[in-house]
Design a protein around this ligand. Structure first.
Ligand SMILES: [Zn+2]
Length: 308
């Protein structure tokens, strides 16, 4: 097992390079935090980072909103199945093109126009509006690594229901999962980011902390999970656990994807995060899994490997 210090170094190293590492993921203590009435912090601290790539994020979010009609990369309905293979396939409608052209400009930040879409694309270039707050956040009825009823336990209703089904499915296979961190508000992300800026300066903070609006956790559709023992929660060593292997094989059956897969770092901008699940609905999750595509590839909006 990789120990913490090593991980820290690894994360830093990666963060300082092009990709952000340990993105968005709370460096949650590897504990099955029992009812200890600790602060609301079990995982928020070092966390919430959704580390940013310095290379592609020179701008603050919301500095421009692009062309509203076109920069909505998240097709509300996922009826585009099979129309593209990922790489240079034409994106359905204007979706991919808009995203692509904007993403080809370094530092160009776009604000998504349909943040409530289940398939919304939020990444280092696509930000949620500052005012966006999911209207249907609920507490999924699944165990977490902490007991407090706080924001980071919440998910949007549809995602929460799917998560419950996923946890049940895992249990039937002898896999006990626990939530580590789900929803995070824009305000929370902003506070975290600002604190990092105070602490390390803006340039450095950008290399490891997500700008507000850019963390997928703000959608209410993402959650970091671990085994119920909390071991390796949101850490690289989670990758070799049976829980991670189960998720890799079965998450798509329940509408979730491993959002930052191994080997796609240059596409997602994030290092492999086997613990970060994103709900996109079963139609899309199954297609992505089958074709081995990331959301960026699906929407023809690859940030880092921009095409000519
Ligand atoms: Zn995450």
């Amino acid at each position: 097992m990789i120990n913490k210090p090593m991980l820290t170094v690894a994360c830093l190293t990666i963060a300082l390079s092009v990709f952000s590492g340990c993105g968005g993921e709370p460096k949650t203590p590897t504990v099955q935090s029992p009812p200890a009435a600790s602060s609301t912090n079990s995982g928020t601290s070092a966390a919430a980072t959704d580390m940013k790539s310095a290379a592609n994020n020179a701008n603050q979010p919301n500095t421009q909103s692009g062309t509203p009609a076109n920069n909505q990369t998240a097709a509300p309905n996922v009826s585009q199945t099979g129309s593209q293979s990922g790489s240079s396939g034409a994106a359905p409608g204007t979706v991919g093109k808009a995203a692509d052209s904007s993403l080809s400009k370094p530092g160009a930040i776009q604000v998504v126009t349909s943040p409530e879409s289940i398939t919304v694309l939020v990444n280092k270039q696509q930000a949620l509006p500052e005012s966006y707050e999911p209207k249907d956040l609920v507490y999924p009825n699944v165990p977490f690594t902490f007991t407090e009823k706080i924001d980071k336990r919440k998910m949007r209703k549809e995602a929460a229901a799917a998560l419950e089904t996923l946890f049940e499915g895992a249990k039937k296979d002898g896999i006990s999962l626990a939530g580590v961190s789900a929803y995070r508000s824009y305000a929370t992300q902003k506070t975290l980011y600002n604190n990092y800026v105070k602490q390390d300066g803006e340039e450095k903070a950008k290399t490891y902390s997500a700008l507000p609006g850019h963390s997928e956790h703000e959608t209410g559709l993402a959650i970091d999970v671990s085994g119920s023992n909390g071991k390796c929660a949101a850490q690289n060593c989670f990758a070799v656990t049976k829980e991670a292997k189960w998720l890799d094989s079965h998450a798509a059956e329940y509408g979730f994807i491993i959002r930052y897969p191994d080997g796609k770092e240059s596409i997602t901008g994030y290092q492999y995060e086997p613990w970060h699940l994103r709900y996109v609905g079963t139609q899309l999750s199954k297609e992505l899994a089958q074709k081995n595509l990331t959301l960026e590839e699906y929407f023809n909006a690859v940030p880092v490997q921009s095409r000519k």
